[in-house]
Design a protein around this ligand. Structure first.
Ligand SMILES: Cc1ncc(CO)c(N)n1
Length: 220
């Protein structure tokens, strides 16, 4: 069994909960409160800024050009391709990226990104790959699910660009490359290393759930 198949089995109950989370369900049918989406986008923009730095540490810690390129591509994908959709939506909400950067980090955003950055600084490229894998993979898991189940009713859905980004071929290729890369660098690891990486994968998956809760919660 591939290491990533084992990881998927371990987190499946959590990932299935993402699909029925009210934030995701309301994105799917287009009924999500736009203020909630705006807050989520602001926090996610801040998240992606810190997330890109995690990959930067990957470049520093990688031993080969091949591995360095892998992390480099993820920096570019995050900073240019993925944030482009955020920037477009936020502009529609009347916010420029510079203004978004000045917003306060929600406690969940800080906790999740600090966790990944600390792991990146103290760990090796395997820990970096595993800590960031649920991000890419679970968003693609959600995006593909939404396209498969709601793809033909998106015409008037305000959230279609978001759904189309994460379910797209490009994002799927990016996610698949991550999965393949993780399996390559985790070949022949010992049992205690497997356990350590499994725990990181589960914790990051739970942080993803916390991020959905943060996005949906009522604010006064
Ligand atoms: C919180 C979060 N996790 C994962 C992704 C996908 O990169 C994202 N944009 N935001």
């Amino acid at each position: 069994m591939k290491f990533t198949d084992y990881l998927f089995e371990e987190v499946k109950p959590v990932w299935e909960e993402y699909l029925i989370h009210p934030f995701i369900k309301e994105i799917a049918d287009g009924t999500l409160d736009k203020e909630k989406f705006k807050y989520y986008l602001i926090q996610d923009y801040l998240y992606l800024k810190e997330y890109a730095k995690v990959f930067c540490v990957g470049v520093v810690k990688a031993q080969t050009m091949k591995d360095m390129k892998f992390f480099y591509k993820s920096i570019k994908g995050t900073m240019e391709d993925e944030t482009a959709v955020h920037i477009k939506y936020l502009k529609d909400f009347g916010m420029e990226p510079e203004e978004v950067e000045k917003c306060e980090y929600d406690l969940t955003t800080s906790s999740y990104t600090s966790y990944m950055q600390a792991l990146a600084l103290t760990g090796d490229i395997r820990e970096i790959a595993i800590a960031t894998l649920p991000c890419t993979w679970s968003y693609n898991y959600i995006g593909k699910y939404l396209l498969e189940n709601h793809g033909n009713e998106l015409e008037n859905n305000f959230y279609r660009h978001w759904i189309e980004l994460y379910g797209s071929e490009g994002f799927t290729d990016f996610s698949d490359a991550w999965i393949e890369y993780t399996d390559r660098i985790c070949e022949n690891i010992c049992e205690s290393e497997r356990k350590k990486l499994r725990d990181i994968f589960i914790k990051a998956s739970i942080y993803e759930m916390e991020f959905w809760h943060m996005a949906y919660k009522e604010r006064t």
